[in-house]
Design a protein around this ligand. Structure first.
Ligand code: FPP
Length: 242
């Protein structure tokens, strides 16, 4: 008997939304929702490895999240630092390569150093590439790619989609196959704008801290049912006599 291996998306991107509401439902400060969100992320990283997904990209802090109250912003920064020191060794042992995408200029030296260490200490890993979008925005990415292309001296006539892609922050990864947003909102919120041109979308009402293997599998199942044509058409059987 042959067991047919089901297709999995190669690259999954997630907007981890709903941490605040998860906390509010429990009469807890929003910070606890983010803390629980980190634990949910660690579980999903393992679940992706188990399913042989090669790339997982998560939106941890957007260019627009600076608008949040300053105590929430500093809480998130502290949480990320704590998460790096708590989970980095475990991620390394799991075979995870960590990469950070976003504008590092505006973050503290401490956080920048933590990112650098997370990237360099896992650079040899290849089981799953976990890209953490931090101080990231899709429009920022397009603008920084254009600037980098200009600085590299690419003549306008030679600037094709493929050439510009080489300067995008995620030039090392294929475009996402599956984009998941938890928390019930149905929007992209400036995440990976360039890269999601032909990505399949799944919007889940589940709040991020409650998102687990069952919800990931449901999203993958929905992805499998999609008819991906990338702007083309499915080959139709030839009509007799035509
Ligand atoms: C959105 O929920 C979530 C965030 C803005 C932060 C997500 C960050 C993490 C889970 C931490 C990631 C940590 C590492 C180390 C990668 P929300 O606050 O907008 O929720 P709400 O819509 O219910 O208010």
């Amino acid at each position: 008997m042959t067991t047919e291996k089901k297709a999995v998306p190669r690259h999954v991107a997630i907007v981890m939304d709903g941490n605040g509401r998860w906390a509010k439902k429990r009469f807890l400060p929003r910070f606890f929702g983010h803390k629980q969100g980190v634990d949910a992320l660690v579980k999903i990283v393992q679940a992706c490895i188990d399913r042989e997904i090669e790339y997982l990209t998560v939106f941890a802090f957007s260019s627009e999240n600076w608008k949040r109250p300053s105590d929430e912003v500093s809480g998130l920064m502290g949480l990320v630092l704590a998460a790096v020191s708590r989970y980095l060794a475990r991620m390394g042992a799991m075979g995870v390569r960590i990469r950070i995408v976003g504008d590092r200029e505006a973050v503290s030296d401490k956080l920048r150093n933590a990112w650098n260490e997370a990237e360099s200490s896992t650079a040899h890993n290849s089981k799953l590439t976990l890209s953490v979008a931090f101080n990231y925005g899709g429009r920022w990415d397009v603008v920084q790619a254009c600037k980098a292309a200009m600085q590299a001296g690419v003549p306008p006539a030679e600037l094709t989609e493929a050439r510009l892609s080489e300067f995008m922050a995620m030039n090392y990864a294929p475009d996402p196959d599956l984009f998941i947003r938890t928390g019930g909102e149905v929007r992209i919120s400036n995440f990976l704008l360039w890269q999601v041109a032909y990505t399949e979308f799944v919007f889940s009402d589940c709040l991020w801290p409650e998102f687990g293997e069952a919800q990931l599998d449901a999203a993958i199942e929905s992805f499998r049912e999609r008819d991906r044509r990338f702007g083309g058409v499915k080959e139709a059987p030839a009509l007799a006599g035509v």
